[in-house]
Design a protein around this ligand. Structure first.
Ligand code: ATP
Length: 369
C-alpha cells in the first residue's frame, strides 16, 4: 500500500499567553512512500517524527493537508478504520494476559463482517507469532519475558490484523545495545517477508540507515532530505544533514571559496571549479582524509586510536569548528612518524568533502574531479 502525504501540517496551539507561541510540529510535509518499502523517519528530539506518525495513524488530526493510503483519502478516517498496525516504544502489552491472549486481542474485537471464528483467530495468532519467532512463549505473561521478547509480542499483535501499513515509534529504544541490533534485523526480516509498507521512527541515525529503504531527515518540523540512506550520506543537501549522519561524525571547518579554490583557514585544500566566491563551512568525512607528506592541509596530531583494520588519528586545526579533527586511516599506513614530528598533512578526497554556504548552510556544489 503506498502512502501519500500532501502538504501535511500540524500546529499545536499555544496553551496560554504565558506558554508562548504555537508550535509548528510538522510543516508542509510532502512525500509518496512507495508500496512495500521501509521508511525511516529520522531527526533529533522534537523534530516532529512522532507527530507525523500519529497523523498517519489517525491518532492525531492534521491542522491541514491530506493523507492517502493508495488512492483513498484517509485524512478523516478513524485509527480503527485505517488498517494499520502500531508499535510503540513501551510495548504496552496487557500484563494480566498471556502472550497468546495479547496477540488474539485485536482479532477478538473485530465486529460485523470482519468477525472471525475461534480457529481462524488462533491460526492467525500463531502465524504472527511464528513470524516474530515467539511460538514457544505463547502461554507466558509479559512479566516473564525479556524486553526484546515483549517487543516481538507487540509486533506480532500489530501484525495479526494483517495491516496495510505498519507504524513503529522508536520500537527499539528500551532494549540494550545487543538486543537492539538483533531486533532491528528482525524487523527488517519481518518487513521483507510480509512486504508491508512500514514507517519507522527513530532518532538513531545508524539504526535508520541500517534497515531503511529510504530515510527522511527532519529538523524542527521541516523535511531536510529524503533518499536512500547511502545517497543521503554521500550527498547531504545541507550542513544539518551532513552532521546528523555518520559515526564518527563529519569534521566541520570554517573556510572560503576564492577564485575556484577552497580554503580551510590558510590551507588551500582543493579546486572547486564552478563554486562562487563565498564564506563557507567545509565538511570532511573521517574517511575523506588521505595522509600525504606534501598534502595541502596541515593538522597537529594529538592522539592515535588503533581500531584493528583502521586507525583513527585525532588532531587539531585552527579552522576546525570542533576541538578535534578525526580521520580514519587504513592501518597499513604508517602515521607514527607524523605523530612524532608534530604535524600530519592530508589531501582531501573531493567526493568526501562537502561545502556549505556559511549563512544558509545549504550545499555549494562544485565539479568533483
Ligand atoms: P522525540 O524524538 O523526542 O519523540 P519527535 O521528533 O517525535 O521527538 P514530536 O513528538 O513529534 O517530536 O514533537 C514535535 C514538536 O511538537 C515538539 O516541539 C513538541 O514539543 C511539540 N508537541 C508534540 N505534542 C504536542 C502537544 N500535544 N501539544 C503541544 N506541543 C506538542
Amino acid at each position: 500500500m503506498k502512502v501519500v502525504l500532501k502538504n501535511l501540517t500540524k500546529i499545536f496551539p499555544s496553551r496560554s499567553k504565558k506558554a508562548g507561541e504555537e508550535v509548528v510540529a510538522v510543516n508542509n510535509f510532502n512525500f509518496e512512500i512507495p508500496d512495500g518499502k521501509l521508511i525511516g523517519l529520522l531527526g533529533p528530539s522534537g523534530c516532529g517524527k512522532s507527530t507525523t506518525l500519529y497523523m498517519i495513524s489517525g491518532l492525531q488530526k492534521p491542522s491541514s493537508g491530506q493523507i492517502f493510503f493508495g488512492e483513498e483519502d484517509v485524512t478523516e478516517l478513524s485509527t480503527e478504520n485505517r488498517g494499520i498496525g502500531l508499535v510503540f516504544q513501551n510495548y504496552a502489552l496487557y500484563p494480566h494476559m498471556t502472550v497468546k491472549q495479547n496477540i488474539l486481542f485485536p482479532l477478538q474485537n473485530l465486529r460485523g463482517k470482519d468477525k472471525m471464528s475461534k480457529e481462524a483467530m488462533l491460526e492467525r495468532a500463531y502465524e504472527a507469532a511464528r513470524l516474530v519467532q515467539i511460538e514457544e512463549l505463547m502461554e507466558r505473561k509479559p512479566s516473564e519475558l525479556s524486553g526484546g521478547q515483549q517487543q516481538r509480542v507487540a509486533i506480532a499483535r500489530a501484525l495479526v490484523k494483517m495491516p496495510q501499513v505498519l507504524l513503529l515509534d522508536e520500537p527499539l529504544s528500551n532494549l540494550d545495545a545487543r538486543l537492539r541490533l538483533q531486533t532491528r534485523e528482525e524487523i527488517r526480516r519481518i518487513q521483507k517477508e510480509t512486504k508491508i509498507t512500514t514507517i519507522f521512527v527513530t532518532h538513531d541515525q545508524e539504526e535508520a540507515m541500517s534497515i531503511s529503504d529510504m530515510i527522511v531527515v527532519m529538523k524542527l518540523g521541516v523535511v531536510q532530505q529524503i533518499g536512500a540512506p547511502q545517497d543521503v550520506y554521500d550527498n547531504p543537501a545541507n550542513l544539518f544533514v551532513a552532521k546528523f549522519l555518520g559515526t564518527p561524525p563529519i569534521n566541520v571547518f570554517e573556510g572560503c571559496v576564492k577564485e575556484g579554490k577552497l580554503y580551510i583557514g590558510d590551507d588551500c585544500v582543493m579546486d572547486v571549479a564552478g563554486a562562487e566566491d563565498q564564506e563557507v563551512y567545509v565538511g570532511v568525512r573521517p574517511e575523506g582524509f588521505v595522509v600525504d607528506e606534501n598534502g595541502p592541509m596541515h593538522c597537529v596530531p594529538t592522539n592515535l586510536e588503533v581500531m584493528g583494520r583502521d586507525v583513527s588519528v585525532v588532531a587539531t586545526h585552527a579552522a576546525s569548528v570542533n576541538p578535534q579533527v578525526r580521520s580514519i586511516i587504513n592501518s597499513d599506513i604508517n602515521v607514527r612518524s607524523c605523530m612524532e614530528s608534530g604535524e600530519i598533512r592530508y589531501t582531501l578526497k573531493s567526493h568526501k568533502t562537502f561545502v556549505f554556504n556559511k549563512e544558509t548552510e545549504e550545499r555549494v556544489y562544485f565539479e568533483v574531479k
